[in-house]
Design a protein. Structure first.
Length: 255
């Protein structure tokens, strides 16, 4: 059993005006091969879940922009601490998908002014560190929310806070879809609107940041406290920062 949700009509983008689209928005920023790997999480188990529908639109756009996507289905994800040692197949698969990824998209409905319990449960199952591996640290993150009423930013603000806590690089842009029930047709596809255009903007930006940071992911999460804890001293001969400082400090010879 896999919890990767199948994406219907991945190449069908009826709300996208291709005259204005960069098909490879990260061109020139870094290597796009292999394709950026993006994990998408949504926060509702309703049959017609607007957070899931928004995530599916985001996944189609990411694939159009050259990324590889996987959408996690949280329908059988237990609560934290419900299973001893977190020994449940859904826990393992979610963490494996996060380890596979280079970036995330998180989309939650806003409920009582906050993210949903389903959304928080998924994030709670992603530890900062497990067995020397880091399922979230150094990865890029785009945040989105859907609302049943007027536009709000409570959920995306919380998702940003959580992204910082998980030591992720959250991109500046974000999406908040108000009155989401009006924004999707009977087939679950998003209608053309400024809300859809914003999701396009956010996915473009996510691809750019993911490709831009890809060569530096290891260095961005290299920390003094962790090197000290495991007893790994820095080698001055290979420390790029020390070499750079040394070059800057070299006195200019007088002529």
């Amino acid at each position: 059993m896999t919890r990767i949700r199948a994406l219907s009509d991945p190449d069908h983008l009826p709300a996208l005006d291709r005259r204005y689209v960069h098909e490879r928005p990260a061109r020139g920023l870094g290597a796009s091969d292999p394709p950026p790997r993006i994990l998408l999480l949504y926060g509702s188990l309703r049959e017609r879940s607007f957070s899931r529908l928004a995530v599916e639109e985001a996944a189609r756009l990411l694939q159009f922009f050259g990324a590889e996507t996987r959408i996690f289905d949280p329908s059988d994800l237990p609560l934290p601490d419900q299973h001893a040692g977190d020994d449940h197949p859904a826990f393992h698969e979610l963490r494996e998908l996060s380890m596979w990824s280079e970036g995330h998209v998180w989309c939650s409905p806003e409920r009582h002014g906050q993210i949903s319990g389903i959304m928080k449960t998924q994030i709670d199952h992603l530890p900062l560190e497990m067995g020397g591996m880091r399922p979230t640290q150094g990865r890029t993150l785009a945040v989105m929310q859907v609302s049943g009423g007027s536009q709000s930013f409570n959920a995306v603000n919380t998702l940003r806070l959580l992204g910082r806590w998980m030591r992720m690089v959250t991109i500046p842009n974000q999406s908040s879809v108000a009155m989401a029930y009006k924004e999707f047709d009977e087939d679950g596809r998003m209608k053309p609107s400024p809300y859809y255009d914003r999701i396009v903007d956010v996915m473009e930006e996510l691809v750019r940041f993911t490709v831009l940071l890809r060569p530096h992911a290891g260095q961005l999460v290299d920390r003094y406290s962790e090197r000290k804890a495991v007893g790994v001293p820095v080698d001055p001969a290979t420390d790029l920062s020390a070499i750079a400082v040394g070059q800057i400090a070299t006195p200019v010879q007088q002529v």
